[in-house]
Every structure is written in structure tokens, then in C-alpha cells.
Design a protein around this ligand. Sequence first.
Ligand code: HEC
Length: 205
Amino acid sequence: MEEKPKKGIPYVKILFGLAAAVLVVMILTGQKTWFSDEPPVEFLSDMDTQFKVKPQVGSSFFADGKGERDVLPNTFPRGGKRYPLEKPDFEKADSVNGTNQLASSPFVLARGKNRFETMCAPCHGNDGQGNGMVVQRGFQNPPNLRADLTKGKSDGLLYHVISAGQNIMPSYADKLTEVDRWAVLHYVRQMQAEGVKEVKPAPTK
Ligand code: HEC
């Protein structure tokens, strides 16, 4: 009797089959295995599409039509500290805030520049001279931070303006930590003394 040829387990075919199956499942479930501008087919959308309010977008949910809510009075970020003065408390600014106790360093200046160009430049401009993007589009222009008038004001007073706001300039106490506000002030002082410089943090070893 002729013996049937022994059939081994077709490992290679099984492996290819499995790989193909995994690939198909991954593509269909929208895993990042494929480069395409089209949105992937989603069987389980998880939380990709949510009912949420995006920054700076209106909302009919609230009576005032604003999506973003104003900070409630007497609240401050977790881990943050409430700034003790109100906008008009200029006379108390020096005694409460004192002078800038944060030691300046290339890192602090780079951090100050980064926060300034994020938070302040829209109005004050990257060069601090008051011609930021929103000003170019009609917002009231702020004073030139590098002019003698502002240059002559004390650390405590400028820190007060950053922390509490001044006239139409809003408060930044809820957006910048205390250390960041002092770092921004170091950067403003540097711009006043030397203009806008490229600041590089010291290389970390
Ligand atoms: C929404 C626009 C806007 C933003 C953002 C803004 N400012 Fe102002 N800032 C103003 C306006 C307008 C004034 C002038 C207020 C006034 O009429 O007294 C001003 C005034 C100031 C003054 C006082 C100058 C002086 O001599 O009286 C300082 C200092 C200052 N801003 C720093 C900053 C810093 C630092 C930031 C970022 C943390 C910042 N501002 C963000 C609009 C802005």
C-alpha cells in the first residue's frame, strides 16, 4: 500500500494568514497603520467625537452665548495661589509684591520669552512695542513696554499689572504661575535693556 505523504503543520501559511488578519482588523478599526487624509472607518469611536465646547467658540448652551466660562470670583487654579490685590490697588503693589526675587538665568529668560510670546505678544507684539496681531485687527493698542514710561516703573508695579490687569488688559494670575509671571518680567526687563534677543537655554548635560 502506498503511504500517504505526511502533511506537516503549515506554519508559514498560518503565520501569513494571521498577519493578514491582524492587518485587516487594524486598518478597519482605524489604527495608525495607514497614511491617509480620510478619516478611518470607526466601529468603536471611543471618545474621538465628543459633544464639547472648543476654545473661543460660542455656545447656545449658556445665556451669555460664550462657550468659555469666566473664572469665578475668589477661585484659582489647583496648586496655584490667589493674587491678593485687585486691579485698582496700585499703591499697595510695591509693598505686597516687592522686587523680583527670581534669579535670572538663560533658562529663566528663555521661559519668560516663551510665555511672553504666547500670552502677551498677541497684544504687545513679539518685540513688546504694542503692535501685536489683535492690535493690527483693531484692538486698542497697548503702551510700548520698552518706552521710558514703563521702563521707569517698579518690578512690584509691573508684576501687579501682569497679575491683576490694568484697564482693558485682563489679569494673567489664572494663566501664568507666580514664577512664570516673574520670569516674564525678567524677559520684559531684558527687552527694555537690550531689545529682542535670541535666548537659548544652557545645554543640559
Ligand atoms: C488683550 C491684550 C493684552 C494682553 C494679552 C496683554 N496685555 Fe498688557 N496691556 C494691554 C493694554 C491695552 C494695556 C494698557 C492698559 C491701560 O490702558 O492702562 C496693557 C498694559 C500693560 C502694562 C503696563 C504698562 C504701563 O506702563 O502702564 C504691562 C507691564 C503689560 N501690559 C504687560 C503685559 C504682559 C507681561 C502680558 C502677558 C502676560 C500682557 N501685558 C498681556 C493689553 C494686553
